[in-house]
Design a protein. Sequence first.
Length: 178
Amino acid sequence: EIMSDMSDGYGCAVQGEHGLFGVRTLNPEMYAYGVNAPDFCEPIDSHYGQTSRIVGGAMFHGRISTNVVDIPNTHPIARDDWSLIHNGVVTHHGEKYEMLTMNDSEHILYNLINGGIDAMGKNLTGYYAGGAIDPTGLFHVFKDAIAPLVYAWSEKLDSPIFASNASLIGEIGDYLGE
């Protein structure tokens, strides 16, 4: 319900006891739920990793697309055992690489993996704020000088919460009852 106005895809990545797991879907009614569709149907969702007890960070993303609306381009964007969500639009000016998607978020992830924040600043233009979970389970939160990123502490979760706007933080707090 919180992300119901994000009509172009939904996804989550969670650091579990057995590694990163998550789901990407184009159907808001299926968000974060398993689907047993017949093999002949076009997939509307994609699960990855082994669902297990949560032991680290979690990211949730509702998408309004600036490019292709399909599962491979729905967040979280995954590459080299990393997962990333992001809001904004970027252009990559660095070395050419083989893209796995048509999503500009992959440029952020590629630069984060291959040079960190310095590479992002050097090779990207546009605006961005987001989060990524690396192969060790470390949760990275980042933004440029333009894109909004709002932070709140959740007593109920004993954890920070980040979102792209204050109203979303408020909705999450309402949902959690705090």
